[in-house]
Design a binder for this molecule. Structure first.
Ligand code: ADP
Length: 268
């Protein structure tokens, strides 16, 4: 009996320690897996433009007698890839910095701050023959981190421009509701399926990889946008726009930005 009891006790303690080890190691393993996936994705994203760049430069090198048209086509394709890589590396740097600490530098801001951003967007939309409308209902000064809020708006505006066709219509409304800054960005583009809506805020997630790459998408914009929103202790949601397209609804807490937004990526 003593031997049986001791064996059962021994087996039980092994089971309990295995369970505890799994329980304590699981978050570490998950974080490790996420980090590995991130590095793999980042390397993959850099490998493609580098390969294209190499091909294009080799062509230039091997065919010194090529026509000016061929040469300028190769140079402009190479430049496009260099721009892609610059964008990717600066976004990666932003993400890495923000993973560890994101500091909100609030400044007293006049409502006109948004009007000047909207004027630049209007110009970009005009250049692309798209319709842009904005409504700024902020009255009086508010305290915000101007560079973060501008970055957030620009990510959403850029996406709306990228994912609408020639008859694209983009509308941004901004207002203050209680202690929140409310931002709505709507477009009449291709829309996002319910399945994809759950994943678009993940790093490197792109709905249609071939098409978004063509449009210069890296799948990082919305994860940066979400990080900024989390730093503001706010909320970002995506819904269908009526009758067509996508609408992002954002609320930023003006009174209580979060101190440690690093937690965001542990949830994904
Ligand atoms: P990307 O740089 O690829 O645009 P994002 O993180 O900003 O990366 O967006 C992730 C994906 O979500 C995009 O690849 C695109 O498929 C989809 N998406 C984002 N915004 C829109 C939008 N306004 N309309 C349709 N699809 C969108």
């Amino acid at each position: 009996i003593i031997i049986t009891t001791m064996t059962i006790f021994w087996l039980l303690s092994i089971l309990i320690s295995l369970y505890l080890a799994n329980w304590t190691l699981q978050p570490v393993m998950l974080a490790y897996e996420k980090q590995k996936e991130f590095v793999e994705n980042a390397s993959h994203e850099l490998r493609t433009p580098l390969a294209i760049l190499q091909n294009r430069l080799e062509l230039l090198f091997q065919k010194p007698t090529a026509t000016i048209i061929d040469e300028s086509e190769n140079i402009s394709a190479s430049l496009a890839e260099v721009r892609n890589m610059r964008l990717l590396t600066s976004n990666l740097l932003n993400l890495a910095r923000r993973d560890s600490s994101l500091k909100i530098n609030s400044e007293e801001t006049q409502p006109e701050f948004f009007d000047s951003i909207f004027t630049s967007y209007q110009m970009l939309a005009d250049d692309a023959d798209k319709e842009f409308s904005s409504s700024n209902k902020i009255e009086g000064n508010i305290n915000i981190d101007q560079s973060l809020v501008k970055q957030l708006l620009t990510i959403l505006f850029d996406n709306a421009m990228k994912y609408t066709n020639d008859d694209g219509k983009i509308a941004i409304d901004i207002s203050k509701s209680g202690n929140f800054l409310a931002i709505n960005v709507a477009d009449n583009g291709e829309g996002i399926s319910d399945e994809d809506k759950k994943r678009i805020f993940d790093r490197f997630y792109r709905v249609d990889k071939a098409r978004t790459r063509q449009k210069g998408g890296l799948g990082l914009g919305l994860s940066l946008a979400k990080q900024i929103v989390v730093a503001y202790n706010g909320k970002i949601t995506v819904e269908d726009n009526q009758p067509q397209g996508t609408r992002f609804v954002i609320r930023l807490r003006l009174d209580n930005p979060l101190v440690n937004p690093a937690r965001i990526f542990q949830k994904h």
